[in-house]
Design a protein around this ligand. Sequence first.
Ligand code: FMN
Length: 343
Amino acid sequence: MYRLIKPIFFKFDPEKVHYFVVKRLKWFHEHFPLGKTILRSSFDIHIRGLEREVFGIKFRNPVGLAAGFDKNGEYVEALSDLGFGFIEVGTVTPLPQPGNDLPRMFRLPDDEALINRMGFNNKGVDILAERLRVLKAKDNSIVVGGNIGKNKNTPNEEAVNDYVKCFDRLFDVVDYFVVNVSSPNTPGLRALQEKEPLTLLLNTLQERNHKNGISRPILLKIAPDLSNEQLDDIVDIVKVTGIAGVIATNTTIDRSGLYTAPELSAETGGLSGKPLTQRSTEVIRYLSEKSNRAFPIIGVGGIHSPQDAKDKIEAGASLVQLYTGFIYEGPGIVKRICKELIR
Ligand SMILES: Cc1cc2nc3c(=O)[nH]c(=O)nc-3n(C[C@H](O)[C@H](O)[C@H](O)COP(=O)(O)O)c2cc1C
């Protein structure tokens, strides 16, 4: 079915198609008679053997939706019907911001990839927090991760305050946090991946990480473009700060080995999808081996098939996420991965 629709979708601007599809999905979930049931019976899968407990959270299956797809937490329930074991919302910033000028998302069909330079377009943390509060009051069974960042206009020296604001505001309504310092689309953000500022940022969040006897797992999302020395630093930082784990990886700024013509592949932004598959798996393996599996890793980057997901799990990932593979393969990919993992 998706094979028939995809060529039509791919004729239009990717960002427009994104909103067109998710809005209809939400409408179908909420208003179409038996919509929820139809979605769940088509895409969802419930098998005991897929359940995982990672950093103290029970996941019904290990396949999640990566950050950036539902930045404002508007479609969590409908997306959960598509079979995802968890949904990561955001990246959210303290204040709403429009992101970069359009167009800012590009398909590279020859490489089964995307380039995006969205620039953390989002409605701000207050709106997200309120939406998740309503969701959690209604249905607390969906595991939701809150991916947090800083506003474009906040200088790096004050970035900690932005992360703290998002952290405090979302504490009661998310199951885990992701500190995003790896997006290539906010100028200077990735400098926060350096040892000193990153340790300060994570320690500050850890100090606040308790309320009424509860603390939330904090994960760090890293870029695939880090050197082995930088990855060694990441392993140290995770141990020193005591955060729960790492998400590897975000999009890449590397453009090597692409089939796509340079006019398109040279667009500024982060590259995701198939060209990232191998590098992100390498990063997972390196972190896992260097740390002696001391902390859980969520593997993300170029998962387009069940085998890609298995490779990441074999490399050391406890859970996986996808975004670009979902666009290229369609919603059936989640169930296909889950079935293969069971086998
Ligand atoms: C259009 C788009 C927007 C994204 N926005 C975010 C974001 O806001 N925060 C974030 O941490 N990652 C973001 N990502 C990165 C994805 O979460 C994921 O790490 C990356 O795309 C690699 O996975 P994939 O190859 O399955 O897409 C975005 C990716 C895409 C394609």
